[in-house]
Write a protein that binds this ligand. Structure first.
Ligand code: NAD
Ligand code: UDX
Length: 480
């Protein structure tokens, strides 16, 4: 029986390994983590992450051939294939701070693997890492290997949160990069045979190590660039009376461009896009490619611009101040169908409103009060560290109240901001919300989910990203 061990029981390690175990009953999969709380949660009825379909997959194989453990060294020593899916945060200090990937957790995992291994292993990079990381990892592993043979593979993960199980069951592609040697090719074939249990062979791409590592950064950069492109257009739509939905539809109908991933929004969030583009920028700079790094920097600049443009729109519409006004924030997660708040645009929007002294009522169906308070108090990039190393619950931000119901959050509010596209927001009773709000009542829809005409008929002043502006908003000079 092939034995797999995965270091890191997070958003990637947990679902990915659960699907491997589910699809390959003859393989034993053990997911290990340095966070006891996380492992306990994986072994409980309340999994540590919310992901549609995940509960059923875990239930189908936990205790059969899927296990979660904190006994890291034992399971690493026993396994044939080790996936490493640990955090690769943006460095906050020293050389490359604010851009380069911090490989502390990866390096310590590699040193531990080298120390405890007594038999040959395939070590798989599942975390997103800078191109050429495998070379450094190889040095660590072979330096202290006592005759053990290690093969390093790059197998980046392309799942998106909220659709992780569907993405893993039916991936567009699985990418495996390895050394172009006899042993390297053999290791690639071994990993390929694991995925071949459910992924059609023509969707399993094999490349050299560096292409696989770089393809992951490139894919995220391309995806984020599409969003910044459509968001840049949304600002121009608002200035000219064009409608971003119509523009995106017309543009996306070109089969060379395609229709997906062209939804204008308050900005992209999530743990990957910004971090991976910063990482790409740093690699370009290190290689003397200033023009290339400047190109990718602009994707992040437009994303930051989109978030501050949204805050400015709220403040300028409400007589240029939100001081003491109550704003209901609907949605805090970085996208629907996840409780994940890493780099969510809601953090920057809420901080902007708090900076102008608004009172904020936040409602999200999946995010806890503790998480929201922690996010609003945390410094940039501090979130991407193992949970037990993150700052403990800080003093609550006084201007923020977390509510468990939309109607409670919007009661007596001057304005409503929609920051996550949860399906339930499309079905709200806006007449009831309007009746209980201060007047004039505003809706700022950062996800273009509401029926603006219907809301306007009720009496709301409505702002949608990239859509023709209400007369009220048109009369106010755009603050950008
Ligand atoms: P995460 O923070 O949810 O999980 C990482 C886990 O690794 C944590 O539970 C942490 O405690 C654990 N860990 C850290 N050091 C360890 C060690 N030495 N031994 C054992 N466990 C250790 O992060 P994630 O979202 O799962 O991301 C992991 C990697 O995958 C990152 O490189 C990320 O860029 C990449 N990735 C993430 C996504 C995504 O959607 N979240 C998608 C593709 C790739
Ligand atoms: C992304 C990549 O899609 C995935 O392949 C990679 O493995 C990890 O990073 P994720 O961050 O989980 O996945 O979600 P994604 O669906 O890509 O959304 C990222 C952000 O972009 C969200 O805040 C989302 O709301 C926003 N977005 C997405 C838009 O604003 N407009 C769109 O058209 C699509």
């Amino acid at each position: 029986m092939v034995k797999i061990c995965c270091l890191g029981a997070g958003y990637v390690g947990g679902p990915t390994m659960a699907v491997i175990a589910y699809k390959c009953p003859e393989i034993e999969v053990v997911v290990v983590d340095i966070s006891t709380a996380r492992i306990d949660a994986w072994n409980s009825d309340r999994l540590p992450i919310y992901e549609p379909g995940l509960d059923d997959v875990v239930e189908g194989c936990r205790g059969r051939n899927l296990f979660f453990s904190t006994d890291i060294e034992k399971h690493v020593a026993d396994s044939d294939i080790i996936f490493v899916s640990v955090n690769t945060p943006t460095k906050t200090r020293g050389l490359g701070a604010g851009k380069a990937a911090d490989l502390t957790y990866w390096e310590s995992a590699a040193r531990m693997i080298a120390d405890v291994s007594k038999s040959d292993k395939i070590v798989v990079e599942k975390s997103t890492v800078p191109v050429k990381t495998a070379e450094a990892i190889e040095k660590i592993l072979t330096h202290n290997s006592k005759g053990v043979n290690f093969q390093i593979l790059s197998n980046p993960e392309f799942l998106a949160e909220g659709t992780a199980i569907a993405d893993l069951f039916s991936p567009d592609r699985v990418l495996i990069g390895g050394r172009e040697t006899v042993e390297g090719r053999k290791a690639v074939e071994t990993l390929k045979s694991v995925y071949a249990n459910w992924v059609p062979e023509d969707r399993i791409i094999t490349t050299n190590l560096w292409s696989a590592e770089l393809s992951k950064l490139a894919a995220n950069a391309f995806l984020a660039q599409r969003i910044s492109s459509v968001n840049a257009m949304s600002a121009l739509c608002e200035a000219t009376g064009a409608n971003i939905s119509e523009v995106a539809y017309a543009v996306g109908k070109d089969s060379r461009i395609g229709s997906k991933f062209l939804n204008a929004s308050v900005g992209f969030g999530g743990s990957c896009f910004q971090k991976d583009i910063l990482n790409l920028i740093y690699i370009c700079e290190c290689n003397g490619l200033t023009e290339v790094s400047d190109y990718w920097k602009q994707v992040i600049k437009i994303n930051d611009y989109q978030k501050s443009r949204f805050v400015n729109r709220i403040v300028s519409s409400m007589f240029n101040t939100v001081s003491g006004k109550k704003i209901a924030v609907l949605g805090f997660a970085f996208k629907k169908d996840t409780g994940d708040t890493r780099e969510t645009p809601a953090i920057d929007v809420c901080k902007g409103l708090i900076g102008d002294r608004a009172q904020i009522n936040i409602y999200d169906p999946q995010v806890t009060e503790d998480q929201i308070q922690r996010d609003l108090a945390m410094n940039k990039f501090d979130w991407d560290h193992p949970l037990h190393l993150q700052p403990m619950s800080p003093t609550a931000v006084k201007q923020v109240r977390v509510c468990w119901d939309v109607y409670e959050a919007t009661k007596d509010a001057h304005g409503v901001c929609i920051l996550t596209e949860w399906d339930e927001f499309k079905k709200l009773d806006f007449q009831k919300i309007y009746n209980n709000m201060q007047k004039p009542a505003f809706v700022f829809d950062g996800r273009n989910v509401v029926d603006a005409e219907k809301l306007r008929k009720i009496g709301f002043i409505v702002y949608m990203i990239g859509k023709p502006l209400d007369a009220w908003l048109k009369d106010i000079p755009a603050v950008v």
